[in-house]
Design a protein around this ligand. Structure first.
Ligand code: HEC
Length: 121
């Protein structure tokens, strides 16, 4: 009986966790985070990559930005994107970032490197 209970509990916990991943993903899109950090969380130039980075650190940084604290002028760019986030939002975003898996075959276009038919360049 105990075993079954534990089994059900762990299933519920895992499910709750993956819901948070989906919630985090929605927030990431809705808040336009992708416009700087990328759809694959890969970053670009001065915008840091985020994919699979430590959750605690992401939470820490987002809360810092939300409190309008930054270490340099470049980081100030993050403040307007963090001020509207609740603790719950930050938690969900950080779970999404930390557990990020690239969705294969779900891309709107295939941007993988083409070896054939590149015009003989
Ligand atoms: C206008 C561009 C822009 C947008 C939009 C943006 N960011 Fe950022 N983000 C930055 C910049 C710039 C930094 C700071 C880079 C540095 O430390 O030099 C940063 C830093 C971060 C960091 C800390 C990373 C680190 O290495 O310290 C996190 C976490 C982060 N952003 C998450 C988000 C999330 C979540 C969103 C959406 C709510 C978002 N960002 C939207 C530009 C942006």
């Amino acid at each position: 009986m105990k075993i079954i209970f534990l089994y059900i509990m762990s299933f519920l916990l895992l499910n709750a966790q993956s819901d948070r991943y989906e919630l985090g993903k929605e927030l990431y899109i809705k808040n336009g985070c992708y416009s700087c950090h990328g759809m694959k969380l890969e970053g670009l130039h001065q915008y840091p990559y985020l994919a699979n980075r430590a959750k605690g650190y992401m939470v820490h940084k987002l809360k810092r930005f939300r409190s309008k604290l930054s270490d340099n002028q470049q980081q100030e760019m993050m403040i307007p994107f963090a001020v509207g986030l609740s603790d719950e939002d930050i938690e969900n975003l950080s779970i999404y970032i930390n557990e990020f898996v690239e969705e294969k075959n779900k891309e709107r276009y295939d941007d993988s490197y083409q070896i054939h038919g590149d015009g003989d360049s």
